[in-house]
Write a protein that binds this ligand. Sequence first.
Ligand code: NAP
Ligand code: MG
Length: 477
Amino acid sequence: MALHFIANTAARSTSGQTLPVIDPANGETFDTLARGNATDIDAAVTAARHCLDTTWARFTAAERGRLLMKLSAKVAEHADELTALEQRDCGKPVKQARADALALVRYFEFYAGAGDKLHGETIPYLDGYSVLTWREPHGVTGHVIPWNYPMQIFGRSVGGALAAGNVCVVKPSEDACLSLLRVAALAAEVGFPAGAINIVTGYGHEVGDALARHPGIDHISFTGSPRVGTLIQQAAAERHCPVTLELGGKGPQILFDDADVDAALPFIVNAIVQNSGQTCSAGSRLLVQRGIYESALQRVGEAFTALRAGPPAMDLDLGPLIRQSQQDRVRGFLDQARADGIATVAQGRVADEAAASGFYAAPTLLRDVPVDHRLAQEEVFGPVLSGMAFDDEDDAVQLANATPFGLVAGVWTRDGARQFRMARRVRAGQVFVNNYGAGGGVELPFGGVKSSGHGREKGFEALYGFTTLKTVAFRHG
Ligand code: NAP
Ligand code: MG
């Protein structure tokens, strides 16, 4: 049974209740986990606060960095074990589960080296004054982690927060707890003091909600749906707690008629197939200039036809989706496409070895999706790519920006001036030119505009979000 991890100790839920842990490859329950509640969150926040005020406050930035570096090495040592856990818990093909474990290694490594470079400034002011700024940790930070990339999102969120001097209370998705509980235990082994990293498992509307409302939480990082992002921000607003929100996207891949289509093709396919399309930065819209629309769709379609979803251990192109409701959601989008006369260009297939009770979805390429259709506006969070034609640059910009989201965009063109113009005009937190990094780039600041959220994670920039700035003015004459 998986238990909470509070003050470096495995703990049952105070309610004694549990939840099933389900294998997405066959729908079977293979473990249980603690179903937490507000009392458990309170215990975690108390442990975190105690750690902050006693042990953690005495660690210098360099010492925190050294600990994170040890944790990075420890995770690397246990990469096989974490890969296997993630594969089972989340249905990820081996290569994806391993990539997540290695990204976690890299996040801890990156933030291990970054925390002691977080300098303040001196500011010229009045005669007889000296003014300087300090970057101080918020204190006890809350982290609500989704199920799509638990290890990666834990790494960027908790790694950055610890490096900046915070302590952490983490609420993973109830569908993806196992790897993170193991990582927290490894952190205790390498010497993180009790209370620096706490994990409380359970439902979002119970544990997540309690975390968002807890007066002892000084900052919240949330990654998930816009609906829950709004709830988190509303709860935090009651006590003016700062939040960083990463709420997904509807990433456009914009393919101009002068693009190197051979180079673009594998990126376009991977950006929607990776992790079965359950990626906030997935390239889920394919915008193609009209002159090459038919030929490009045909080529992407051929690639889709060759794709196979199957059991994680087979390590095919896609594994199952995370849970039944996610499979229902993807089916719902495709049923609606059919009912609305949207044509399918190509579909991959589900391998014969896949259990019928697993949550599989075949990758699907659609064409001529109207800009105002749900498929062009909402996150499917499955392997569904919506093709649309555009005429010129203005048209491409308009289409690219015509969703509530603005997270990541890809631009494919050989024209250098157009590359710059497009990068400026597309509203997104990240723009990739002649490449696309769905989920990638530990070093690259990441986050959205509009309904994709606000604040930045990853890279050095994230450390600013995990700190608050104090200005100190000395008058010395
Ligand atoms: P979700 O409900 O937003 O879940 C994200 C996280 O928030 C999970 O840890 C969840 O816990 C927690 N949560 C849920 N309700 C909460 C509440 N009232 N207060 C605090 N925390 C709460 O997302 P989902 O339902 O799993 O997925 C639905 C859709 O969200 C997807 O189809 C996709 O479009 C989008 N999504 C986006 C991302 C992203 O990376 N941006 C990630 C996941 C989902 P539990 O899972 O334990 O309930
Ligand atoms: Mg699971």
